[in-house]
Design a protein around this ligand. Structure first.
Ligand code: GTP
Ligand code: MG
Ligand code: ZN
Length: 319
């Protein structure tokens, strides 16, 4: 069935109905910050920090935590969102081929949380790094569950690759205060989002950062059903030291974008000095003679694990 087309006359009718609705409610239009979105409702924080459950008007686009919206009150703690203000940035998640769902809006930092448990996926980490590069967002790698790390485990070994890259790497534990001060400083004056695999401790970290706030680690039915604490939708928190932090639901993979290989290569930042220097302009950086990337790898300037992940992402992103 084709999508419903709206004629100009219908558009005018919708506009005038909206105008009448606006005039008939008690509240006046005001700007607000979306704290969370649950199904067909969103929690909006007003300028006076009061929270309102708001219904969503049609044709708004997908509202998400971090969005700035225009809304008006209908009752004491309820309202309606009538417009979405333009986003300065957004982190989107590919759901199916070329269809993206926003995870967080108006952020300037992405904190990619990893841990030794569940086992680290460097492919997922690299996917996020490529996504951040494409979306022009600054990534920070946060290794949580420091208490479970040992000198020779897989995560410690893998992190040796990432500490050579130009990204900050932080270590934290929620069972000890390890790294929390540093994390507080990193989050100050920024709007950040926690992303990563399910179970790495994103929500637990927020509990540690905001011990006085009533945060449920994990959500509702999923917790009871599976005995697991799982976040089901993004939610924004104000930090006492300044800055906002958005918790997002964990993912299993983040690798379904359709992206040209050249764009993926740009997201592997240490490849940059060698891009465009291969003998063949259409070089796949596999076995070709005169491949600058392979040469850089052989002389130790690029880690083989990153080249391997680059090829896996090219295969995945282009499938
Ligand atoms: N040992 C250890 N366990 C931790 C640490 N941080 C969190 N955990 C545990 O890890 C489990 C998952 O924590 P959550 O905070 O729910 O993880 P999440 O990343 O928010 O998961 P999703 O909401 O599913 O994405 C819980 O059982 C926590 O108690 C840590 O620093 N050390
Ligand atoms: Mg969570
Ligand atoms: Zn090459």
């Amino acid at each position: 069935m084709s999508k419903r087309k709206i004629t100009k006359q219908q558009q005018r009718q919708i506009a005038s109905t909206q105008q009448r609705r606006i005039q008939s409610v008690t509240g006046t239009q005001q700007q607000g910050l979306v704290i969370a979105r649950y199904g067909k409702k969103a929690m909006v924080e007003a300028g006076d920090t009061s929270i309102h459950q708001c219904a969503l008007r049609q044709h708004l686009g997908y509202i998400v935590a971090g969005d700035q919206v225009v809304w008006h009150a209908t009752q004491a703690d309820e309202g309606v969102i009538t417009a979405l203000l333009p986003r300065k940035s957004e982190l989107t998640k590919p759901i199916t081929h070329n269809i993206f769902k926003p995870v967080a809006a108006n952020i300037n930092q992405v904190i990619i949380v990893v841990a030794p448990q569940p086992p680290l996926s460097t492919l997922l980490l690299d996917s996020y790094l490529v996504a951040c590069h494409t979306l022009q967002l600054s990534p920070i790698i946060l290794v949580n569950k420091y208490d479970l790390l040992s000198d020779d485990d897989d995560t410690t070994q893998a992190m040796k690759v990432y500490t050579r890259l130009p990204y900050p790497v932080l270590y934290t534990s929620t069972s000890t205060p390890h790294g929390l001060d540093h994390l507080h400083q990193t989050l100050q004056q920024h709007t950040s989002v926690f992303v990563g695999q399910s179970g790495v401790g994103k929500s637990s970290l927020i509990v540690s950062l905001l011990p006085h706030e009533d945060i449920v680690v994990g959500a509702l039915s999923a917790t009871q059903a599976h005995g697991r604490h799982t976040t089901s939708s993004s939610r924004l928190y104000h930090l006492p030291t300044g800055g906002d932090l958005i918790d997002s639901p964990g993912v299993r993979e983040f690798g379904l974008w359709h992206m040209p290989a050249a764009q993926i290569a740009k997201g592997f930042v240490e490849f940059t000095p060698w891009l465009g220097k291969c003998k063949f302009s259409d070089c796949q950086h596999q076995q070709e003679p005169g491949c600058a990337i392979i040469q850089a790898m052989q002389q130790g300037d690029i880690h083989p694990a990153r080249v391997a992940n680059y090829h896996r992402l090219v295969a995945q992103y282009q499938r």
